[in-house]
Design a binder for this molecule. Structure first.
Ligand SMILES: [Zn+2]
Length: 404
């Protein structure tokens, strides 16, 4: 484990909610506050919706002078990170990873999937579908009664394509557990595990994910062309802008220093190629595709790249709203539904667009998990919320499987 002195620190960085009144203010903001060492977009502001931005003390002074409207919601982001670090370290060591109370490292996740497949050997197997840029195993768990016959319709779930969005892999791990532990005990779980095969990849960007533990908690991209300890932003590619469907058309950057850098060409990244090749091979069995991100509490059908609506938008929205209702009923949390351009911003090169557009999978969704948009901690989900995050996403997932 890296010493804390090796970690990128965010002392005196503040989380601000920026509200832009019109296109002129939007332009002013983008010119004066581009992504840099002192500016990190948690959610990019536009004149349509306020954004959440992490700014250094110097950038806050500039923001004060700019005349733009903003509100400070977190006075010192380093304190938030210190608290998370303390909570994770304070966890007692246990042989069985405590999936409801802690965030697992990548190797712990893979070992956990192995242990599930041993414990429930008739219902589950694991498979390494390929390797990350730094050589980490991209391991999926396959769950289903009779999954070895490879004959049933598949429901795919991946998470963590963006490294810092820890709530997402955590929920995917909990869902894997729930599908298996509930079989033969819970009627609805038994029904769906009998009916479908579930292919779950809980950590789609393992190099980036590990880097968020070791060096920079806010890393988002892959680690392509990065040196091991290099916290420099000008390497790596945004793996959810890298898929080859209307690649690089909108909401992406050609600047390697940007957090939304789409890469030198579509599928330039090992991680996206591995996933796409595998998904393409099983596409005729794919009933649905789900991809978990964080944060903002959204359920998003295609398309990300255009305001144009997909042909079966009505069915997609009916299912999305039923999932949102299941979450509301479970935790009281509100998830908004709609294609990305309508609920956040247009962005091309996302996995759920490619699966829908190229593989012709009828139900394809990207999600933003907890916390709510505008939250003062952003990606730093308090560990006492891990189980509630898992429970509400399980409710959403189970509901979806029962209604398609
Ligand atoms: Zn994301």
């Amino acid at each position: 484990l890296a010493l804390s002195s090796d970690r990128v620190r965010y002392d005196d960085f503040k989380v601000v909610i920026v509200s832009l009144k019109n296109k002129d203010e939007e332009k002013l903001f983008k010119q004066n506050f581009p992504e840099s060492k002192g500016v990190n977009y948690f959610k990019e502001p536009s004149c349509k919706a306020p954004g959440t931005v992490l700014v250094s003390a110097a950038m806050l002074r500039r923001l004060n002078q700019s005349g733009l409207q903003f509100e400070v919601v977190n006075e010192n982001f380093q304190w938030t990170l210190d608290e998370e670090h303390f909570d994770l370290k304070a966890k007692p060591y246990s042989l069985e990873p405590d999936i409801f109370n802690t965030f697992l490292r990548h190797d712990e996740m893979n070992r956990y999937l192995e242990s599930l497949s041993k414990k429930y050997s008739s219902l589950a197997s694991t498979e390494v579908i390929g390797y990350s840029n730094e050589g980490r195993e991209m391991k999926i768990i396959i769950i289903g009664n009779g999954h070895r016959t490879k004959s049933k319709k598949i429901i795919w779930l991946d998470a963590g394509i963006h490294a810092r969005e820890w709530a997402a892999p955590s929920a995917a791990i909990i869902i894997s557990h729930k599908l298996l532990a509930g079989y033969g005990k819970d009627e609805k779980t038994t029904t769906i595990v009998d009916k479908y095969d579930f292919y779950i990849l809980p950590c789609a960007n393992p190099d980036g994910y590990e880097f968020t533990f070791e060096v920079n908690r806010l890393w988002r991209k892959t680690r392509r062309n990065c040196k091991t300890e290099d916290a420099n932003e000008c390497c790596g590619v945004d793996p959810n802008r890298n898929w080859g469907f209307h690649w690089n058309e909108t909401g992406t950057s050609g600047d390697p220093c940007s957090d939304t850098y789409s890469g030198p060409f579509a599928f330039s990244e090992n991680e996206t190629r591995v996933m796409a090749n595998y998904i393409y091979r099983i596409k005729n069995r794919l009933a649905a595709y789900h991809s978990y991100h964080a944060f903002s509490q959204l359920i998003m059908p295609p398309y990300g790249y255009t305001y144009q609506l997909p042909p079966n938008i009505f069915e997609l929205m009916v299912k999305a709203n039923k999932m949102a209702n299941a979450i509301k009923y479970t935790s009281g949390n509100t998830f908004r539904t709609g294609p990305p351009p309508y609920v956040i911003y247009p962005a091309a090169g996302g996995s759920h667009d490619w699966v829908y557009g190229v593989c012709k999978v009828k139900y394809s969704y990207a999600y933003e998990l907890r916390p709510q948009s505008g939250d003062a901690r952003g990606f730093i989900l308090p560990i006492d919320q891990i189980k509630y995050n898992g429970e509400e996403m399980w409710a959403s997932f189970k509901t979806f499987c029962l209604i398609i």
